[in-house]
Design a protein around this ligand. Structure first.
Ligand code: CO8
Length: 258
């Protein structure tokens, strides 16, 4: 296994887990941590033995944002020339389903990382926000776009312009998270969901994720067309034959991820 300094990488069956681990900075996302998360996610994505990736932090903080201390001395030219944060796009290119398990603070880049995941499960202790405006900047890892798509303009404007935090209950009500669970069961519930997802046919899962994401990128007519053609294509999968045969024969399918 690769040695990481800012994250802990483990596997449990077909589930890969990336735990952000910079406790002294409440898991603030510095450049080194970003590189490690992307490398770990890409390594899991290349592994056919992994069918879901969980990203989590500590009880106190999922991540308290981009690392302000690292950014403080940087100039506009530094940001532009390094294309600061562009590497995160590669995290979004991962085809394996990603699930954020959020406890405590998910602020700024932390909220943005959670929103880059396909599913977001929150502990009742979770706090979401885009406080960049209080620092004289704006969200820089997709927050103004993904938050608006997730919760709509009214709440996105409220959060991004005031910088206030939103608790887990409000986040669920707004459609940012799919489930809220008691803090002490967050990992258990997330691992159960991840294990379930990872038990499905991997290629079917890839195209299901792609189809849902298409809804955010295309017109309804184009999206429905993409879905139908992709649905037709699933009939080429051995797992499709197995899944339907298993249903008819009243048994559990044995997917070969093929
Ligand atoms: N960056 C660096 N260090 C941090 C960060 C951060 N985002 N957040 C917390 N820390 C550090 C603190 O400095 C502190 O370190 P030290 O002990 O050395 O002083 C340690 O973590 C513990 O934090 P606190 O003592 O502040 O803990 P509290 O429990 O009192 O408060 C909070 C917790 C409310 C989360 C508080 O730490 C906080 O407000 N943090 C900053 C939140 C924030 O503003 N995040 C947004 C950052 S900007 C961003 O994410 C995107 C920027 C987009 C730029 C676009 C460029 C292209």
């Amino acid at each position: 296994e690769q040695a990481y300094e800012n994250i802990i990488v483990t596997t449990e069956g077909r589930v890969g887990v990336i735990t952000l681990n910079r406790p002294k900075a409440l898991n603030a996302l510095n450049d080194a941590l970003m590189r490690e998360v992307v490398a770990a996610a890409e390594a899991f994505d290349a592994d056919r033995g992994i069918g879901a990736i969980v990203v989590t932090g500590s009880e106190r903080a999922f991540a308290a944002g981009a690392d302000i201390k690292e950014m403080q001395a940087q100039s506009y030219q530094d940001m532009l020339l390094s294309d600061w944060f562009a590497l995160w796009d590669r995290f979004c290119d991962v085809r394996t389903p990603t699930i954020a398990a959020v406890s405590g603070y998910a602020l700024g880049g932390g909220c943005e990382l959670a929103m880059m995941c396909d599913m977001l499960i929150a502990a009742d202790s979770a706090k979401f926000g885009q406080p960049e405006i209080t620092l004289g900047v704006i969200p820089g890892i997709g927050g103004s776009q993904r938050l608006t798509r997730a919760v709509g303009k009214a709440k996105a404007m409220d959060l991004i312009l005031t910088g206030r935090q939103m608790d887990a209950e409000e986040a669920e009500r707004s459609g940012l998270v799919s489930r809220v669970v008691p803090a002490d069961t967050l990992l258990k519930e997330t691992m159960e969901a991840a294990t379930k997802i990872a038990s499905m046919s991997l290629p079917a899962t890839y195209v299901a994720k792609e189809a849902v994401n298409a809804a955010l990128e295309t017109t309804l007519a184009e999206g429905v067309r993409f879905e139908r053609r992709t649905f037709h294509a699933t009939f080429a999968l051995e797992d499709r034959s197995e899944g339907m045969a298993a249903f008819i024969e009243k048994r559990k399918p044995e997917f070969k991820h093929n």
